[in-house]
Design a protein around this ligand. Structure first.
Ligand code: 1GP
Length: 250
C-alpha cells in the first residue's frame, strides 16, 4: 500500500526557502540506483530513511551503469512520504515520477555540454512533465584525489582554499537566476567541503545552499549546517553499511 503524499512536496523549493528562513536545518539521503538494493531490502532501507529524520530522498548519480532510476524513484514515492528529488547526472535519468528535479548546471566547470547542452536536449521533454524544477548551480569543490564527478564531467573543481572563487561562481549563478546552490566535494570525496567555503557562499547569496560529498557522520552534518548549509547530503557512507547508528561514531 502506498501512502497519501503530502501536497507540500509540490512546493519543494518554497519549503526549502522556508526552512532556510526559519533556521530549520535539513539532511537528505542520496540513493545511487547502481548501489541500492531491490525488493524487501530496499523496502526496509526506505523505511529506515523515513524514520531517520531525513527530510528528502535524492536519487541520481554522475555515472550510472546498471541501476534503473525510474524504478527507484517509483519505489521511494510509493514507500515513503518524503519528497523524492531527482539529482540527474544525465538527461536519461529524468523521470516525471519524482517530486522535483534539480535542473543542474555545472557552473564550476567550463564544459558547455554540462552548462547548457544537455539542458537543451532534456528541456522539450521536461516541459511536458508535471514536475517541479529548480534551477540549481552545481559547484564541484575540492583538491583531493580525483572524484568520479570530476572525471566524468572532465572539469576542474574549484580549489578548496579559494572560497572567493566559489563566491564569485555562486554569485554569477544567482545573477543568472539560479534558485539554489549545490556545493559538492563529489561522491566519496576524501575531504568534504571546507566550512570556510560554505560560510563564504552563505554570506554572498540568499538562495538555499545544498552541501554534499565526503560527509561521514552527524558531526560533519552539524559542521556544514553551522557554516550555513540548509540541506546536507549523505550518500556513500550509507551505501556501504545501511545503518544510521554508524553516523554517531566520529
Ligand atoms: C555526491 O553530494 C553527494 O554528489 C553525496 O556525496 O556520496 O560522498 O556522501 P557522498
Amino acid at each position: 500500500m502506498g501512502h497519501t503524499r503530502s501536497k507540500m512536496n509540490k512546493n519543494w523549493l518554497a519549503n526549502l526557502q522556508a526552512s532556510m528562513r526559519n533556521g530549520e536545518k535539513r539532511f537528505a539521503v542520496l540513493l545511487d540506483p547502481d548501489k541500492t538494493p531491490n525488493g524487501i531490502e530496499l523496502h526496509n532501507w526506505l523505511k529506515e530513511i523515513e524514520q531517520s529524520g531525513a527530510s528528502d530522498i535524492l536519487i541520481g548519480g554522475s555515472h550510472l551503469s546498471s541501476g534503473n532510476t525510474e524504478d527507484l524513484v517509483k519505489a521511494a514515492q510509493k514507500q515513503t512520504r518524503l519528497p523524492v528529488v531527482l539529482f540527474p547526472g544525465s538527461p536519461e535519468q529524468v523521470t516525471e515520477h519524482a517530486d522535483v528535479l534539480l535542473f543542474l548546471s555545472l557552473v564550476s566547470g567550463r564544459n558547455a555540454d554540462l552548462l547548457i547542452g544537455r539542458h537543451v536536449e532534456a528541456a522539450p521533454l521536461i516541459m511536458k512533465m508535471d514536475i517541479e524544477t529548480v534551477a540549481t548551480a552545481y559547484l564541484l569543490v575540492g583538491d583531493g584525489p580525483l572524484t568520479t564527478a570530476a572525471y566524468i564531467t572532465q572539469t576542474l573543481p574549484i580549489p578548496s582554499a579559494k572560497p572567493e572563487l566559489a563566491v564569485a561562481t555562486a554569485s554569477a549563478a544567482v545573477l543568472l537566476g539560479m534558485q539554489a546552490v549545490y556545493l559538492d566535494a563529489g561522491s566519496g570525496a576524501g575531504n568534504s567541503i571546507p566550512p570556510e567555503v560554505v560560510s563564504a557562499v552563505r554570506k554572498a547569496v540568499d538562495v538555499p545552499i545544498i552541501v554534499g560529498g565526503g560527509i561521514l557522520n552527524y558531526e560533519g552534518i552539524e559542521k556544514a549546517w553551522e557554516a550555513g548549509a540548509d540541506l546536507v547530503i549523505l550518500g556513500t557512507v550509507l551505501e556501504k553499511v545501511r545503518d544510521f547508528s554508524q553516523l554517531s561514531i566520529s
